[in-house]
Design a protein around this ligand. Sequence first.
Ligand SMILES: [Zn+2]
Ligand SMILES: [Zn+2]
Length: 399
Amino acid sequence: MSWNDLETSISALVPELRSIRHDIHQHPELGFEEVRTQALVRAWLEERGYSPRACAETGLIADLHPDRHGTGPTIALRADIDCLPMEELTDLPYRSVHAGRAHKCGHDGHTTILLGVADLLARRRDAIDGNVRLLFQPAEEGVRGGGAKVMVAEGALEGVDEVYGLHSWPGYPRGELRVCAGPIMAQVHSFTIIITGKGGHGSQPQLCRDPIVAGAHLVTALQTVVSRELGYEGGAVVSVTAFLAGTTDNVIPGSARLLGTIRTFAPAVTERVLARVRGILSGVAATFDVGVDLDLKTGYPVLINDPGCAEAVTRVGREVLGSAKVSDDGLPMAGGEDFAYFAQHTPSAYFFLGAQRPGEDTPVCHHPDFDFDDTLIPLGIQIFVGLVRDRLGALGRAR
Ligand SMILES: [Zn+2]
Ligand SMILES: [Zn+2]
């Protein structure tokens, strides 16, 4: 098969891919529990002549040309396969059959795109010099996330020259591609702050040390970390996302608990922000005579795109979508993404495919009404296949 009929082959494959996407959507699985999804992907790959091997428990790695791995260039493409621990509130015919589990980040779509790529590459195996490695990664989301880190530790990128990954994003117009060189997604920190005062009767504040008043000042003071400490360039997010205290109207509680997140893109800014947060915490503790304890957790690192790889995505994106549809508008964005671990190891680029439907308030990722936009399946396949052709050609010549 030649590359000339690529678009025809993609169109012919799309109906089957849509039904697979809906099947994955209907049977969502949380991080490191993607047993059914793994089996589905494995069967699809084996039918097409791949010999996939398990990685990071419930992930899979498959090489297009395992015999050529190490002798020529290898390009890796990654899809995340896990769902989120939340309810599906849509009335889609393929809505989640599992309570408390739903594909609300579109990883069902990412997985399907890579299955499509696997099919199209397998049909043209003999026409492809160099190796393509397909990475089906478990556990991108949340507390039990970091599947990418496990895959890297298990050698998923050994002998790989470049890695590419994508995410559908309803924050950008449908059919547009967004990519940039350098930082594209944020370093994540999450925090829990415990304020310990002295509780008592709501009518007797003079006998108490009120953690709610201290907490209210703390929330307000934290708003100045970005606005006053970083100036007009900003480059960070500090959000308090939970304020938990008290039970009723006539009791001053003994403690309050605040949760939140910090997003940054450069180590110097991270240090500055964390130092300022700690300074504010000790200041509030002294001012209001309360105990303030910080539990800070370091999340995914900043995701940094290699300039050459980002340029390749831009070039391929322009070929497929037209120049007007490719830009770095809205980047970097302050989400977190464990593709960062791949990027730390090997030159790579991560990019977004817009999914916002014109004239509509399209539900964003992690919204209960979110559903992956199936019109992105052929686009994602075209970009990934375009990258394979572009990069294997360029790297092959360079050797
Ligand atoms: Zn997500
Ligand atoms: Zn996601």
